[in-house]
Design a protein around this ligand. Structure first.
Ligand code: SAH
Ligand code: SF4
Ligand code: F3S
Length: 483
């Protein structure tokens, strides 16, 4: 008789537990990434497809999952309908990210009925109870749901699902999290790399779901990060971006004297041509960090410094721990000490009950700082966060109108800056043929500006070359190879 397939719900998400520290928070787990013989055999001649939503932390996690699939002898495919295993790595930061993800899950339903044996949902959405409920109730073709803390045990869960023939396996441990080392990795880019320096976030900005989905702040040891960066340098990588939700707070949990400034300096000394980091919280941006950035030419002078709002009351309600004056003071100090500094930011429009005057303070901040680039968002209530409990009296129409005004205001400064680059020569790290025009190549300047230039020379990919800017659009530049 055929055995009836059953669900195995090992654990479900719980937002209250996600806030708590766990006992092994400061223990470093090494070599947890086990790929058993069963999976190595199973993977032969099979293909995997990974779709990644969200921030660089998710991009990096997907590279780790891809590394595990490689160890299972699987190959990567760019086509969802060609995959034996589909993984969707999800982001919960705003509702539109979640909606896109649900659209994508719907799309893989027909593939599950044919070739695909596993449809796995991983990442931040899985840490939210309401979303896991929705997946379980609406998408029966999803048969593996893993929380962010289960990533190191991805293969154990996959093996258990396949060996036992479960209908569905759900394993979401909501907790503070730990640090894992020695993971396999299939990096998507051969000359630009992301390196995690810490995980999680302790800031608990009142609108933000990230501390719940990613757990508490926990830093990797300096020696482990430096070893990883050193290997990348030896492999010929041209650019490293250090990752953390709040990189300036690096080391605070280690109690061994490690700080972000010390880490940055040691990595800059490895002679990587371009060193970047993201994201910086204005609260923890200490003088020693500014000094190290100013001192090393290979630390890029384009810094992401999310402001969120220019109004003191809104900043207080957001729990951001700075006010508009202290933010301006920090910007002034950074501009004084770091020649050639360019700043980018994140701004949220329509925080509950934001008034016209409060919104105008944000425009004033934009006009003061003159950001060279920015990400703008309409506030999206996140279930379980304190801000989601606030009753909002601002209509969607007003929020959209303010959003458009904000974008216009930002674009004025972004265009001015792009215009000021015309006629000058910049170092560009070449990515290769641009997506929309095969006659043009594209790449990024040190200031993180996208440049298109005519070329067919594939040997330039991954090299830093000089490009003279001949014209500018708001979000990109046109140039020609200078030498
Ligand atoms: N740790 C980083 C990035 C966090 S998420 C930081 O602190 O800057 C990236 C951006 O998403 C945030 O900076 C914020 O602007 C935006 N964001 C986060 N939660 C949001 C929400 N509930 N609604 C709208 N935007 C949000
Ligand atoms: Fe979210 Fe604030 Fe942490 Fe950034 S610092 S991840 S916005 S809680
Ligand atoms: Fe999204 Fe999670 Fe990153 S919620 S922004 S993928 S940490």
């Amino acid at each position: 008789m055929k055995k009836k397939k059953i669900d195995n719900f090992i654990s479900l998400p719980c937002l209250a537990n996600a806030r708590l520290k766990n006992d092994d928070q400061n223990i470093i787990h090494r070599d947890c990434f086990v790929v058993d013989d069963f999976l190595k055999e199973y993977g032969k001649n099979k293909k995997y497809f990974i779709r990644t939503f969200g921030c660089q932390a998710n991009v990096r996690d997907s590279e780790i999952v891809a590394g595990l699939f490689d160890k299972m002898n699987m190959t990567q495919t760019e086509k969802m309908d060609d995959a034996d295993i589909i993984v969707i790595n999800t982001c919960a930061v705003r509702e539109n990210a979640v909606d896109k993800m649900f659209g994508e899950i719907g799309q893989c339903k027909s593939y599950r009925q044919k070739k695909c044996q596993v449809c796995a949902i991983i990442g931040c959405v899985c840490e939210q109870p309401s979303n896991v409920d929705k997946i379980l109730n609406t998408y029966p073709h999803v048969n593996l749901i893993l929380g962010t803390h289960e990533l190191p045990y991805f293969c154990d869960n996959l093996s258990s699902l396949l060996k036992n023939g479960y209908k569905r396996l759900v394993n979401v441990k909501s907790q503070g999290g730990s640090v894992f080392e020695n993971f396999p990795s299939h990096r998507q880019n051969k000359y630009k790399a992301f390196v995690n320096i810490m995980y999680g976030c302790n800031k608990f900005c009142t609108y933000c779901i990230v501390p719940f989905t990613r757990g508490r702040e926990r830093s990797r040891l300096m020696k482990d990060i430096i070893n990883e960066c050193n290997e990348l340098v030896l492999q010929g990588y041209q650019e490293i971006t250090l990752l953390g939700q709040n990189v300036n707070a690096y080391g605070k949990d280690l109690n061994d004297g490690s700080t972000f400034a010390k880490l940055l300096e040691q990595i800059a000394n490895l002679n990587i041509p371009r060193l970047r980091f993201t994201t910086s919280h204005p609260f923890d941006f200490s003088d020693d960090i500014i000094d190290v950035i100013a001192k090393y030419p290979n630390i890029m002078k384009s810094i992401h410094l999310p402001v969120q709002s220019g109004n003191d009351q809104i900043l207080r309600l957001m729990g951001r721990r700075y006010n508009s004056q202290s933010y301006r003071d920090l910007v002034d100090k950074m501009r004084r000490k770091i020649p050639g500094l360019t700043l980018s930011t994140d701004i949220i429009v329509g925080f509950p009950n934001e008034t016209e005057e409060q919104f105008e303070d944000t425009l004033k901040m934009v006009d003061y700082v003159k950001y060279e680039s920015a990400f703008t968002f309409i506030y999206s209530p996140r279930c379980g966060t304190p801000a989601a409990k606030l009753i909002d009296n601002v209509s969607d129409e007003i929020k959209h109108e303010r959003f458009n005004r904000l974008v216009k205001c930002l674009e004025k400064h972004i265009s001015n800056y792009a215009n000021s680059m015309v006629g000058n020569v910049f170092n560009v790290l070449v990515d290769g043929p641009s997506k929309n025009n095969p006659l043009m190549f594209s790449g990024y300047t040190e200031e993180n500006k996208l440049v298109h230039f005519p070329s067919k020379n594939l040997s330039l990919i991954g090299k830093i070359i000089k490009v003279k800017i001949i014209s500018s659009h708001t979000y990109s530049l046109i140039g020609e190879i200078y030498e």
